[in-house]
Design a binder for this molecule. Structure first.
Ligand code: P6P
Length: 332
């Protein structure tokens, strides 16, 4: 059977057959996530035509001006999980507190952490943006105010993670711990079709991705590592090429497929880095590791960090295993 005719649902069922213990819940959960991604893709596709561009005027938990499409995307995820019996609460960049999912009170076995629309500042200039999701099992018997502390979960405990990429095509990439698989939305049938089975990231790449505009603020290890990548050495394929879109999901997806390294390090303005641990760095770290890559804050694997707050930030170095290890040697 041609790959192009394998829908996400069919692939999930095929995977389920290969893992007898699987209950089919992941298939249903990922189908709900796929529905949210299709909804968001549709909204983004017509954003330029309907007056939804520009800020909503509200400020989100991060202190950032919230774009209308951020709110629409957040709502798309809440709607996709409602009455779906699987997700009990959602933690989102756009909401200060964990939000119970309508109709699933005390039923859902999973808590989902999302960045509903990452890179939204690029929307007005039609640059690729994405959604990022991370799935954890809901801790047992937790109620009320104890929930927030109970959700300070290490990335190692994720049961699924991935992202949707809204670019020239809409792509959904996920892992449930059985490798990384990518699907592309066929709008003519309204379904995701298998397009990238078993994605593996090259051991080493030849591209680095960082905001060079912050060079003068970088701490010494960052500057030393980027200087190293810019030296000429044919044996190690240096100098590397620089590529930076300013949309985490787009920069990560290129790194996943082509290899290399993406960095958003700490700097004097971002003492703990800019990117969020639970719904940006940890899910992408799970995907990277499942594809044979590596993700670190410079000193430890991203997925080993125990959060002390749901919206905490972290430095992120992610990509080809050998490139991330080389980078870490500058931070140790
Ligand atoms: P800077 C987008 O706002 C975002 O959160 C990520 O998608 C992206 O990687 C990063 O910020 C870009 O930040 O400081 O380089 O503009």
């Amino acid at each position: 059977m041609e790959n192009t005719s394998i829908t996400l649902t069919r692939y999930l069922l095929m995977q389920q057959r290969e893992h007898p213990g699987a209950t089919g819940e992941f298939s249903m959960l990922l189908s709900q996530i796929a529905f949210a991604a299709k909804t968001i893709s549709r909204e983004l596709g017509r954003a330029g035509l309907v007056d939804v561009l520009g800020a909503s005027g509200e400020i989100n938990i991060q202190g950032e001006v919230q774009q209308k499409l951020d709110q629409i995307s957040n709502g798309a995820f809440l709607a996709a999980f409602a009455n779906g019996q699987l997700v009990s609460e959602m933690v989102s960049e756009e909401m200060e507190h964990p939000t119970p999912i309508q109709g699933n009170e005390d039923k859902g076995k999973y808590v989902i952490f999302v960045d509903p629309l990452d890179g939204s500042s690029n929307l007005d200039v039609n640059v690729t943006v994405g959604s990022i999701f991370s799935v954890h099992r809901r801790p047992e018997g937790i109620k009320g105010t104890a929930l927030v502390d109970a959700l300070h979960l290490r990335g190692r405990g994720q049961v699924a993670a991935g992202y949707a990429l809204y670019g020239p095509s809409t792509t959904l990439v996920y892992t449930t711990g059985q490798g990384v698989h990518g699907f592309t939305l066929d709008r003519s049938i309204g379904d995701f079709l298998l397009s990238h089975e078993h994605i593996r990231i090259p051991e080493r790449g030849s591209t680095y991705s960082i905001n060079e505009g912050r060079r003068n603020t970088w701490f010494p290890p960052t500057r030393a590592y980027i200087d190293y990548l810019q030296e000429t050495d044919t044996q190690t394929k240096r100098p590397y090429s620089g590529r930076y879109i300013g949309s985490l999901v787009a920069d990560f997806h290129r790194t996943l497929l082509k290899g290399g390294v993406f960095l958003y390090p700490a700097d004097p303005k971002n003492a703990r880095g800019k990117l969020r641990l639970m719904y940006e760095a940890a899910p992408l770290g799970f995907v990277a590791e499942q594809a044979g890559g590596r993700a670190s804050d410079g000193t430890q694997p991203i997925r080993d960090i125990v959060p002390d707050s749901l919206h905490q930030r972290t430095p992120l170095i992610i990509g080809s295993a050998q490139d991330v290890q080389t980078a870490e040697s500058f931070y140790h």
